[in-house]
Design a protein around this ligand. Structure first.
Ligand code: ADP
Ligand code: MG
Length: 376
């Protein structure tokens, strides 16, 4: 099988990128995936870095004609909002790819939209509001403490100790900083004191939870909010990072079951697929709240998802192959064998191609039946 690993390589594009370290990490994940998949003699694996030019990638894929794309793209041109364009293009090209669709990635990134869906479906998530202009601060009608985050970023971008606020002044400062730095609305959310638990999910039908992990907040957090800030996630030498390791969670069985159920419901609500991680805060009563849904989460071999897979008996290479299999299972939805001419375009497989026509047929039949019924 020909596997192309598509990943963003845009960390050096901006002079002052608040997410540079997170973006740079993807390049290492891609290299690790290539090494892991390369061990299998049945596959040829290529790396396709994307800076900003998605159309260039379209050309490369059209020439390369991979059977499956392992999609690790988290941004385009150092903008996370470009992430969703990649699966959209792969759909258009009818190439099966790993991970979630454009719809799910877009919803997960637009945190307020994701929260509206979760709350409509009764999946617990902290109360919130969205502030697009400092003048709207007077509209915030939520009790302190609150946390302020960019509404459309991930990887803890824009999160530091000052993001947790207990006064109107602190709130104003934190919101103004998000608006200034990220040029996007700020999400103001109820701050949930409690344990931070991650639920890694793998597969579709069936879908299973891999062993849960929990952040252990150490001395660097004494007297400070227990938040996984950007520094804690990416500045490996900082006290915040050293003292916030993630370890296997040890929760009472009923709380663990609740966490898994809430995470599954959240994943399902956004129609995520293949793999991902749902981040929860669990309050003192054992009630989990969804704070973040991460489809296409970080797959670095040392990061949480791969370690959870390892704890469940799946080596990194097994995990990589499993993800490829999950995408391959969808090939009839996205792709069919090429026609015999080497330059011919791919066509969707019959069952999929019939989808729209099929509906037409059903409608036409229903119509005929009605027309028939009206006859004397
Ligand atoms: N409502 C909340 N209550 C408590 N802590 C929160 C809340 N929202 C975010 N955090 C903290 O901030 C971190 C980053 O927030 P998150 O929503 O996961 O953003 P990102 O998508 O950038 O990862 C979390 O890991 C957690 O420590
Ligand atoms: Mg998060």
């Amino acid at each position: 099988m020909r596997i192309a690993i598509l990943h963003n390589q845009d960390h050096a594009l901006l002079e002052d990128d608040p997410g540079r370290e997170a973006r740079e990490d993807v390049v290492r994940v891609a290299a690790a995936m290539r090494a892991a998949l390369g061990k299998s003699k049945q596959h040829t694996v290529s790396l396709l870095p994307v800076e900003a030019d998605l159309l260039g990638i379209h050309e490369a894929l059209a020439t390369d004609k991979p059977d499956v794309v392992l999609n690790l793209c988290e941004s385009l041109a150092a903008d996370a909002r470009g992430e969703m364009l990649v699966p959209a293009m792969l759909e258009l090209m009818q190439v099966p790819y790993t991970g979630s669709s454009a719809l799910s990635l877009a919803l997960a990134l637009h945190k307020n939209k994701a929260k509206e869906i979760l709350r409509a479906r009764g999946v617990p998530s902290p109360a919130f509001c969205v502030i697009g202009h400092v003048e709207d601060l007077a509209d915030v009608d939520l009790p302190f403490p609150l946390i302020v985050k960019p509404s459309r970023e991930d990887a803890s971008m824009g999160i530091d100790f000052d993001s947790v606020v207990t006064s109107k002044q602190g709130l104003g400062r934190a919101v103004a900083k998000v608006l200034r730095t990220f040029h996007q609305p700020a999400l103001v959310e109820q701050y949930i004191e409690g344990r931070e638990v991650y639920v890694p999910l793998l597969g579709n039908s069936p879908r299973r939870a891999l062993p849960l992990s929990e952040i252990r907040f150490g001395n660097a957090f004494v007297g400070k909010p227990h938040v996984v800030s950007y520094k804690a996630k990416w500045d490996l030498d900082s006290p915040e990072c050293i003292e916030s390791p993630s370890e296997l969670a040890s929760l009472p069985p009923d709380v663990e079951a609740r966490c898994i159920q809430v995470a599954m419901d959240a994943f399902e609500a956004l129609e995520c697929r293949d793999y991902g991680r749902v981040d929860l805060r669990v309050d003192s009563a054992g009630q989990p709240y969804v704070i973040d849904i991460n489809p296409n989460c970080d797959l670095h071999p040392q990061a949480g998802f791969a370690r959870a897979a390892e704890a469940a008996g799946l080596s990194f290479a097994d995990l990589a192959l499993h993800l490829v299999d999950l995408a391959w299972e969808r090939r009839h939805g996205n792709q069919a064998p090429r026609l015999t001419r080497p330059d011919s375009a791919r066509r969707a497989a019959e069952p999929h191609r019939d989808l729209h026509a099929g509906r037409g047929v059903v409608r036409a039949r229903a119509h005929r039946r009605r027309a028939h019924a009206q006859q004397p």
